[in-house]
Design a protein around this ligand. Structure first.
Ligand code: AMP
Ligand code: TRP
Length: 330
């Protein structure tokens, strides 16, 4: 039997080059060897206030971007998290097997409660439990994510382990799949913090649907340093970031990327980085523009996706119900 992969992105902001390199690009690769399930995790996104109209539109756009990037709807399951109610149901049960102390140590919770001090809701706190439910419902073996999700994934493993210790082998304990290069793409404007889709300054990130001129402009403006030497070295955050981006997109290490540009100026280097990004993203943008017009096709994908996902999720959830002692439904 093929092993299973699950991953998801919250439909907030837009899919950035960081999401692409840290996550989506690896999803495409893993499709060849694994049974894959990719969700647009809309339930996670409402832990921060969203405009309803915008959210609905963005969910559709995200799904189209998944497909445009190369997720194959014939093989992989794609769906909206809110269409499979078992996620919320299992999440409740797992809440009862997760400690307050564990959740208060999550760095994403600490960051987000600082950023949204006016709305530190319970959902923001239990967010990692919903994520654990996403993963555990499908007996997932591998979870491809960027390095910022490592802590959440470890918690999912701990919850699975804890549950299994009480009730026997119910859940598969998942492994993280973190790419060797590009697991943490940094902001183009502040290379000491991660490229984030909620950055208010669009010059900090590249959107995977940015046009070539915008990409060139953003890379040109990317913060570097004044020593003019292209090497991958501690303290050269801006250059390191561009080398990692270039390396991740061409399949080489940042050190080898630096060798390719040895002796060149930053201008030439940046032109080379822009070029590889533009070349990679162009077919994605073309495909996206086609898909977004094709509502019936997209609807069919997420409808079938939810049905296929539900049929797996239902089985896991009913096993969990039996284990914890709920009366069988008749
Ligand atoms: P999010 O944007 O938080 O919904 O993240 C979606 C996926 O992209 C997760 O797997 C993250 O780990 C990954 N990701 C987000 N930002 C970055 C980044 N700057 N570099 C690498 N991976 C990232
Ligand atoms: N928490 C993840 C993020 O912010 C998104 C996510 C939700 C996820 N559920 C998941 C990722 C399950 C992998 C598996 O990036």
């Amino acid at each position: 039997m093929r092993k299973r992969v699950f991953s998801g992105i919250q439909p907030t902001g837009c899919i950035t080059l960081g999401n692409y390199i840290g996550a989506v690009k690896n999803w495409i690769e893993l499709q060849k060897e694994y049974d894959c399930i990719f969700s647009v995790v809309d339930m996670h996104s409402i832990t921060v206030r969203q405009d309803p109209k915008e959210l609905r539109k963005r969910c559709m756009q995200f799904l189209c971007q998944y497909i445009a990037c190369g997720i194959d709807p014939e093989n992989s399951i794609m769906f909206f998290q809110s269409h499979v109610p078992q996620h919320a149901e299992l999440s409740w049960i797992l809440n009862c097997y997760t400690y307050m102390g564990e959740l208060s140590r999550m760095t994403q919770f600490k960051d987000k409660s600082q950023k949204h001090a006016e709305n530190i809701n319970a959902g923001l706190f239990t967010y990692p439990v919903l994520m654990a439910a996403d993963i555990l419902l499908y007996k997932t073996d591998l979870v491809p994510v960027g390095v910022d999700q490592k802590q959440h994934l470890e918690l999912s493993r701990d919850i699975a382990d804890r549950f299994n210790k009480v009730y026997g082998d119910v859940f598969t304990v998942p492994e993280a799949y973190i790419p060797p290069v590009g697991a943490r793409v940094m902001s183009l404007q502040d290379p000491t913090s991660k490229m984030s889709k909620s950055d208010p300054n669009p010059n900090g990130y590249i959107w995977i649907l940015d046009d070539p001129d915008t990409i060139t402009r953003k890379i040109k403006r990317a913060v570097t340093d004044s020593d003019g030497v292209i090497e991958y070295k501690e303290g050269k955050d801006g250059i390191n970031n561009l080398l990692s981006i270039y390396g991740a997109m061409t399949g080489i290490t940042p050190e080898d990327a630096a060798k390719e540009f040895e002796g060149k100026g930053y201008g030439d280097f940046k032109a080379g980085v822009s070029e590889i990004i533009i070349e990679t993203l162009k077919p994605i943008r073309d495909k996206y523009n086609e898909l977004i017009e094709n509502k019936d096709y997209i609807e069919k994908i997420y409808k079938e996706g939810a049905e296929r996902a539900s049929s797996i999720a239902r089985r896991t959830l009913s096993k969990v119900h039996r284990k914890v002692g709920f009366v069988d439904r008749v």
